[in-house]
Design a binder for this molecule. Sequence first.
Ligand SMILES: [Zn+2]
Length: 240
Amino acid sequence: MPDTELLYARDAYLRAFDAHVQEVTSDGGVILDRTALYPTGGGQPHDLGSLTWDGGAASVSDVRKDGARIVHRVEGDLPPVGTAVHGEIDWPRRYALMRYHTALHSMSGVIYQLYGATVTGGQMYTDRARMDFLLPDLSADRLRQIEERTNELLAEGHPVSIQFLPRAEAFEIPDLIRTRVNLIPESVQEIRVVNIEGVDQQADGGTHVANTREVGQVHITGSENKGKGNKRLEIVLRDG
Ligand SMILES: [Zn+2]
C-alpha cells in the first residue's frame, strides 16, 4: 500500500482537497491516497473536518499517523474503498494552531539567541501553548526580555518558508544540528525544514503561517520550574 501524500506538508493553507479512499481499516479508520488533514504530532493537535462523497458524509473526529499513512477516524457514514471524496478542514481551528506553532518556533529562536538555551518540548492548543526549555535562571527580567524580543521579531514580518533538503545537506546547517536533526531516523532521507527567516530554523513536520506578522503578539501568562534546569512557559496570542 503506497504512502499517503501529505498535502499539508507543502501547502499549509489548503483548506479543501479531493482524494480517493484506499482502505477502510477493520476498526473503521479511513485511509486516503492524499490528505490535507494534519495528524497529531510534534506538539500540534490533529485537525478536525469533514469528508463528503456521492451519497454519503462523515465528520472527521481524529487524525493519526500510522507509519507513512494517515488514518482518519470518522463519525457518520463510512465511504467504501475506491470512493472519490471531498475533504474540508475546520479552518479556524487549524489556523489558530498554525499561529501558535510559529509563535513557539519564534520564541525558541529568541531564547537561543538571548541565552543559548535549547527547547526540549512544546504543546499547542487552539487558545494557548506551552514550551519547555533548558535554562537554569529564568528571572522576571528575562521573562520580560523574551516576550519583548519575540514581539519585536513577530512584528517585523519575517517570511516563513518550507524546504525539503537531502539529509546530508540538512546535517550541515548549524540551527538544525542544535535542534537535533540527527535524531531523525536514518530511513528519512529528505528532511522538511521550517525556516522563519532570520529567527529560527528547525526540522519540523508541522503547519505554520507564511509570515510572522500573522501570529500577532505573544503574551507570557505563566512560567514554571520543571526540575533539572527545565523551565516551562505558557503563552497566549493577541492580534498584532
Ligand atoms: Zn514545531
